[in-house]
Design a binder for this molecule. Structure first.
Ligand SMILES: [Ca+2]
Ligand SMILES: [Ca+2]
Length: 330
């Protein structure tokens, strides 16, 4: 590490002086005090850390207001630099221009229940010789769906209100599903939401018409976690479950920190090696949401279960994957 070499070099004159029987200078060598700031990075955790709010914000969702009466929170993004100078996009580098999925329920830019959603689906061709599959999806707050490495669609509402979605695509087995999941926030960079600075929770559920569902065979990994006081709460393989849901910094929220891990370019590709990602954690629906976007359509999700990492609260950008070898039902 460069700073360590600088420190070691700075010790050499001291050792020479001591060997010669001379008194060491009263002031520490300048090379120590002007050493560059080290990256706030732990070898064991592998995260970059930032503290406080993003330095700038921008709209990263096409929805700027609701026509309906539901409480609206715009999905904004922002950027923040870590001490090494690397810029991170909060809450994630989402696909801001890709097609949105079809509404099942949307009381913001829609009328609520959309009984015609099946007729409104068009097929995204991922593999021309593949099976045609319809997906039912709900994310708290946001998802992007990739099938065999190809972007298919994204959640139409990034933050709130809560909505539910459908998609249809043609894909060949084995099929790799990859989803980018975000628990959005109001106070970008410190992982909290609303005027109350609540530490919100995430959750995602999906069912596919070939019988595949979100469940125990998926893997999920975190890439943005906040709020935290200290990186040392993070265990092996980015396990943040020992980090307190409300760290001490929530008393002075803008002093809270966030942890960032770089997203691999090929994270959604079928060939990406996710064997090091943790097994998914499953959550009861009541632990995630009771909003009508899910609750009124729970039967559409069949045996699917809500998934996330081990920490539903502070893990705010989560990527999940599964590969389905064959249809689960005829
Ligand atoms: Ca949403
Ligand atoms: Ca959260």
């Amino acid at each position: 590490m460069f700073p360590r070499r600088r420190f070691a070099a700075a010790l050499v004159p001291l050792l020479v002086l001591a060997a010669a029987g001379c008194a060491a200078p009263a002031d520490p060598p300048q090379a120590v005090t002007d050493a560059p700031v080290t990256e706030v990075e732990s070898d064991s955790v592998g995260a970059a850390m930032t503290t406080g709010l993003v330095s700038s914000t921008f709209a990263c969702d096409s929805v700027a207001s609701c026509s309906g009466a539901s409480r609206f929170n715009e999905a904004l993004c922002g950027t923040i630099d870590d001490p090494s100078g690397r810029t991170w996009t909060i809450p994630a580098e989402v696909n801001t221009s890709g097609a949105t999925c079809v509404d099942i329920y949307n009381d913001c830019t829609g009328d609520g229940d959309n009984p015609d959603y099946l007729a409104q689906l068009s097929t995204v061709v991922v593999d021309g010789e593949g099976a045609e599959i319809t997906a039912t999806l709900f994310g708290d707050n946001f998802f992007e769906l990739y099938v065999n490495g190809q972007y298919v669609c994204r959640d139409a509402i990034g933050f709130t209100p809560f909505n539910s979605s459908a998609s249809r695509f043609q894909a060949a087995y084995p099929i790799t599903y990859a989803v980018r999941l975000i628990d959005w926030g109001t106070h970008l960079g410190i992982g909290m939401e609303y005027d109350s600075y609540n530490v919100g929770d995430g959750g995602f559920i999906a069912r596919f018409s070939d019988g595949a569902v979100t469940g125990a065979d998926w893997r999920c990994q975190v890439f943005y976690a906040a709020p935290v006081d200290d990186v040392n709460c993070v265990g092996a393989n980015r396990d943040t479950s020992a980090c307190p849901r409300e760290p001490e910094c929530v008393g002075d929220p803008e002093s809270c920190s966030a942890l960032h891990w770089a997203v691999p370019d090929d994270w959604a590709a079928p060939g990406f090696d996710d064997t090091d990602w943790p097994a998914v954690s499953l959550y009861a629906a009541d632990d995630v949401t009771r909003t009508p976007g899910y609750a009124n359509y729970a039967e559409l999700f069949g045996e699917a279960e809500f998934i996330w990492t081990k920490n539903l609260n502070i893990d705010n950008q989560v990527l999940c994957r599964v590969t389905i070898d064959a249809p689960a039902s005829p």
